[in-house]
Ligand binder design. Structure first.
Ligand SMILES: [Zn+2]
Length: 257
């Protein structure tokens, strides 16, 4: 098995990331008297489509699955990735299938023309399978650039990153914050701290994870942890919507205001 790609952690990359957060923004108000939560899965593993979806559905909720078509019917460090029929099953059960580029590319390192080709081919593949077109995109590895934000923003309503935080006033729809759900039950503190923070003030909290299974990868979580976070969200009586649904609800309210 190939080692997973890890984006550069050097100082230059860190500075570039900081600059990118200030560029090509799409101002967005995520705090409009509502307490919204979305659950999302990246890449995505088969366990997210089976175990992850089952847990969400038990709570009466639906999630957003950011798919990279090249991963279909394959496996990697996240375990088995989605099967062709996972897409149809999820979509017909009301989950959202979002875009994550065809080959899970690092958008900070690729020119707009390559990114555009990647999303066109990914969407074409999903369309061929009868999956409704999505207006939601997540950056592989959370990596982006001003040019990538610009080009992707022409195709999608929302672009999600991996920087932890709740989307409130002065958010960037071209780089939405998202909080990881990773590890086992003992690691519940991080996600729960954001649930608590949302209780204090309206906003939109987007969670993301990868595989949902016992002995998860470094980027996944156990079913027990995932359920614990869902239970906390339920106890808090937050509204749970797909990323596309929540974005639409907030944008509509923003226009009406
Ligand atoms: Zn990914």
């Amino acid at each position: 098995m190939n080692a997973p790609y890890i984006p550069s952690k050097g100082l230059v990359s860190a500075l570039k990331r900081r600059l990118t957060r200030l560029q090509a923004r799409k101002p967005f108000d995520g705090a409009q008297k509502r307490f919204l939560v979305s659950f999302s899965f990246d890449d995505f593993p088969h366990s997210a489509a089976s175990t992850g979806a089952q847990i969400l559905e038990q709570f009466g909720w639906r999630g957003t699955y950011y798919a990279s078509a090249a991963f279909e019917n394959s496996s990697n460090h996240l375990g088995n990735l989605f099967r062709t029929d996972d897409l149809g099953t999820l979509a017909s059960n009301g989950h959202e299938i979002g875009c994550h580029t065809e080959h899970h590319i690092d958008c900070a390192l690729n020119p707009p023309i390559v990114i555009e080709r990647e999303i066109r081919r990914n969407q074409k593949h999903l369309r061929t399978l009868g999956i409704p077109a999505s207006r939601s995109f997540a950056y592989p590895y959370g990596e982006t650039s001003a040019a990538a934000k610009d080009i992707l923003g022409q195709h999608y309503a929302s672009l999600r990153g991996v920087r932890p935080g709740i989307n409130r006033r002065h958010s960037d729809a071209h780089q939405l914050n998202a909080v990881p759900i990773e590890g086992d039950f003992a690691a519940k503190g991080l996600a729960l701290s954001y649930v608590k923070s949302l209780e204090a003030e309206p906003g939109w909290l987007i969670f993301y994870t990868h595989d949902v299974r016992n002995n998860p990868s470094e980027w996944g979580c156990t079913p027990e942890l995932f359920k614990a976070i869902c239970s906390a969200v339920q106890r808090a009586e937050f509204e749970v919507m797909t990323v596309g649904g929540a974005f639409e609800a907030l944008s509509t309210a923003e226009k009406a205001a």
